[in-house]
Design a protein around this ligand. Sequence first.
Ligand SMILES: [Zn+2]
Length: 368
Amino acid sequence: MRKKKVEVEDDDVATLWGGVYEAMVGVYEAIVLGLMHGSDKYHVLGNWNDIWKAQAPHKARHLLWRLCIGCLPTRSQLLERRVECTLNCLVCDEEIEDELHIFFRCVVARDSWSVTGLSSVLHNATYQQTNAMNCIFAVCGNESSDTVGRGAILLWCIWHNRNDKLWNDNVRLPRQIGRHAFDAWNDWYSVHKLQSNNVSGTTEADLVRWEKPALDWVKCNVDVAFVSGSGRTSMGLCFRNSSGHFMAGMTQWQQTVISSVEGEAWTLLLAMEEARHRGLDRVQFESDSKALIEAIHMKRSGNSEFLSIVHDILSLMSSFMNFEVKFVRRQTNLVAHTLARAANSWASFHRFENIPFCIERLVFNEMQ
Ligand SMILES: [Zn+2]
């Protein structure tokens, strides 16, 4: 087949098959639509709704849909339609290129899944199906719409990469494909979220990744823990640089039980003092206490113990213009959380210059 330089940015090679292929797709889609609205015999096709609910750009959901109705021109599909071509996977050249292989089994695809942070989905026993359609329906039926959305974008990126190889001879590494999918989803999600700002945040709960700070910035996660029965309040904090590397950490515990917001505020204040002590001046502090972050942003004042700590935080921030505070979900604050839980293992005040074992794996995973 003669190759020519083509743009495959927004869709796949289907367009290149010209009117005939488009017509074929159209017929397929019409048939499936007919079935969807037709007799009960095909009621199982009701699952299609899960695809449209995916939190992802339309092009990604559309790809899922076409994949499920058998409309992607993979080599095995083409052969079935008597189009002459070799059968081997374009990307790895090792196995027959069908949907299951391209998106789930190919070594490049598998590595891309893990870069995007979705390997637990890929390896979930429930999703080990004999064809791609069943696999996608299983994922769509079980996972949150955010996870499905991220998966959909990843599949789109894998397909895009495959076509880019076919038509332009561009080869990308799984690291690049996975990263592209990850960024594309986050970009889309943040814009989408801005547009529907008033829809309250159930989907936010699934935005589970810790993010590296920008270049020349440091990120500090803080958390407090109340280990039941110990009568202690303990806290943990962790500084990481823009490549996600551990820089320093600290734990502290005291033999009193204070309120949770007070503990959160106190930990943040401690973290800011530690940052100052270390000469760090561009720091993004992250806490999973919404009440605390709101109180700071609103510059709330009052007589409570909590608000007096907030006051101290604000006055420290006024002399460090590049101290920022941000609310994050608990899932993205696991490193600080783990440190706080482990604080009891050390003296009541402990500084770490090397990464402690209990968070090694977490930090490493979050660097990916
Ligand atoms: Zn392959």
